[in-house]
Design a protein around this ligand. Structure first.
Ligand SMILES: Cc1ncc(COP(=O)(O)O)c(C=O)c1O
Length: 350
């Protein structure tokens, strides 16, 4: 594959305060891009990070034909840079693209672009606990035409942003009983831009009531617990971990599947099955709901301290031997090359 590389003349890295990063606001020196024209992906390029110009009629602005991914790179004490299960993100962006009638991006382009970009911007991956480089691959529809149909042209890009440990603060969630983020036959399983746009308003209403996330339920009955914000969710009832099966309504999270595999390997009982609002409310009332947590790339695991359902409020107990803390530490140690990689999840940039 011919990859055209144009390097920056001077890095802006010295102007960045790595101890005071707000999530996703600072970007590295370079970006990867590749255009789809005349029915084929053209020569991919790495260029200095910069604004890009589009015609106002570009389809992405009108119809939201856009998909994205989120992944992270970590640097170990030997200055080696690692990704966590990038094959999963590569497959998922093409699954998302297919649902939005966008062309698949070739696997070898994805990996060569990512590798070369990370080699060029290696200094931006900071060592140390909590530090990582957030990687955002995305595809947008670029055809200049306002007719409501799939675009003929696309742009695939990868941009990277240095981030610190993601701490969402104390998280309490409101169980959705009116709005939905997805429905059967819809695009919930795709990482489609519009899924997120549609979640902001219900999330704002929940925030006004003091809840940091909406815990989404199935659209038809609001009786099944599905996912929260940009995270899949787990419930610990006594010593069993429960999580919903993936479906056409739920994003197949890389963190979720890693937690299931890791927990089962450690002998923790995991039940992947529809989780009813009623059983979780009941378990909370009986004191059997010991933990709830979100699982996603940004925070790995984000404990949920309480929830509300139809105005009724529940607080979770403080537990010793928390599954959330144990699993989070174990998975981040694997990501950072501090623990044995029994499952072959790490991917070295070289
Ligand atoms: C809706 C949704 N659910 C779950 C996740 C968690 O997925 P992952 O663990 O692959 O980051 C994300 C984030 O990508 C998401 O946007």
């Amino acid at each position: 594959m011919a990859l055209h590389i144009e390097k920056i003349s001077k890095s802006k890295i010295s102007s960045v305060d790595f101890n005071n990063l707000k999530f996703g606001q600072i970007f590295t020196d370079h970006m990867f891009e590749c255009d789809y024209e005349n029915g084929a992906w053209q020569t991919p390029k790495i260029r200095p990070y910069q604004p890009i110009a589009f015609d106002p009629s570009a389809k992405v602005f009108h119809y939201g034909q856009a998909v994205f991914e989120g992944m992270k790179a970590y640097k170990d004490d030997n200055n080696d840079v690692w990704l966590f299960r990038p094959d999963q993100n590569q497959e998922r962006i093409n699954k998302s693209a297919e649902r939005l009638d966008m062309p698949a991006f070739p696997k070898e382009y994805f990996f060569e672009g990512l590798t070369e970009l990370l080699k060029l911007d290696k200094d931006w991956v900071q060592k140390g606990e909590g530090n990582s480089l957030y990687i955002r691959p995305f595809v947008i529809a670029t055809e200049n035409c306002v007719s409501a149909s799939a675009s003929t042209n696309y742009k695939f890009m990868i941009i990277c942003s240095p981030v610190q440990a993601y701490y969402a603060g104390e998280v309490r969630v409101e169980i959705a009983d009116k709005y939905s983020r997805s429905a059967n036959g819809g695009v919930g399983y795709a990482k489609a831009a519009g899924n997120y746009a549609a979640s902001f308003y219900p999330a704002k209403l929940a925030a006004q009531k003091g809840y940091q996330q909406v815990l989404w339920t199935d659209a038809s009955t609001h009786e099944l617990l599905e996912e929260a914000g940009t995270m899949n969710v787990f419930f610990r009832v006594n010593d069993t971990l429960l999580t919903a099966p993936t479906s056409e309504r739920i994003l197949d999270g890389v963190t979720r599947k890693s937690i299931i595999q890791f927990a089962e390997d450690k002998g923790i009982k995991v039940e992947v099955r529809p989780v009813k609002v009623a059983e979780i409310v009941e378990a909370a009332k009986k004191g059997e709901l010991l933990e709830m947590f979100g699982a996603g790339t940004a925070a790995v695991i984000s404990p949920i301290l309480g929830f509300a359902h139809k105005g009724e409020k529940f607080e979770l107990p403080k537990v010793e031997n928390s599954y959330a803390s144990f699993i989070k530490k174990s998975i981040t140690d694997i990501q950072r090359n501090l623990a044995e990689d029994k499952f072959g999840w790490r991917y070295k940039i070289q």
